[in-house]
Write a protein that binds this ligand. Sequence first.
Ligand SMILES: CC(C)(COP(=O)(O)OP(=O)(O)OC[C@H]1O[C@@H](n2cnc3c(N)ncnc32)[C@H](O)[C@@H]1OP(=O)(O)O)[C@@H](O)C(=O)NCCC(=O)NCCS
Length: 262
Amino acid sequence: MRPVTIDPALNAGLTAPRAAARGPDLSEPGLRRSKRLAFLLTILGRRLPDSWVWRLIRRWEGGSATSATLRQVLWERNRVVAGAFSYGSLLYPTRHLREGLVIGRYVSLAQTAFWSFNHPTDRISSSPAFYEEGEYGRFTNLPEPHPRLEVGHDAWIGDYVVITPRCRRIGIGAVVGAGAVVTRDVPDYAVVIGAPARVIRHRFPEELRARLLASRWWELSPDDLRPWRAALARPAEDAASLRALDEIAALVRARTKDAASA
Ligand SMILES: CC(C)(COP(=O)(O)OP(=O)(O)OC[C@H]1O[C@@H](n2cnc3c(N)ncnc32)[C@H](O)[C@@H]1OP(=O)(O)O)[C@@H](O)C(=O)NCCC(=O)NCCS
């Protein structure tokens, strides 16, 4: 059986600092790495314009959700750890260092979802013209406390969401409604809306939430999950979905055991 190559640090809550120290796992089955693009980046480096990198990622690696190169670039330029099969706004390389941002697997981020740091508010000026020493706008000398954010696996973050530095964790399977201003941590499988964002409900009853978390289904690739594709797209409380979840959980356990004994 194929060994599990997923970084376990990306798969549990409250492990973001470890993942952030090691970077993403680029050998993940299901991520695509184009040798042509790697070659171009090696010889041209930053001279290859970002717009070209994007175009080639789409053409040669299937887009942001499956691109290994994108994850490498995000790590090298921004110190962002981006899990496999996630896509959206926080997966675009920027000029800013974003050390401490760890995005789980299968995360859906709207193109207009934002997360950033605070400018200092207790000084004569809040402008980086005074607290930044390096290249203007690069923000390598972030004000303390250094912002960190872990976005849990399979979270969905809607359009025009702003996540402020006080929020350190968006939970696994959480939903952040359009236009929310998220100032606090969001629990696993919670739905939050508004400014400041408040929990309006959980997606599932407590017992099912626990079952989903225990299954760790997100550790598998879309290819691995193909036999259960239809069940994953049905309401989670259907009997067939629950059966599928048990089968998936058994596969994850078997893979984890194989990896431990390898
Ligand atoms: C949060 C969300 C998922 C909730 O969907 P839902 O469970 O179907 O909720 P409903 O539409 O039934 O609304 C329930 C209540 O919450 C309110 N509400 C829903 N979404 C809201 C939001 N984003 N901000 C403020 N209030 C919201 C509704 O007005 C309604 O209030 P009421 O009961 O007083 O009338 C959805 O409204 C949303 O924001 N989706 C994000 C869409 C998006 O950004 N897509 C980008 C694709 S990546």
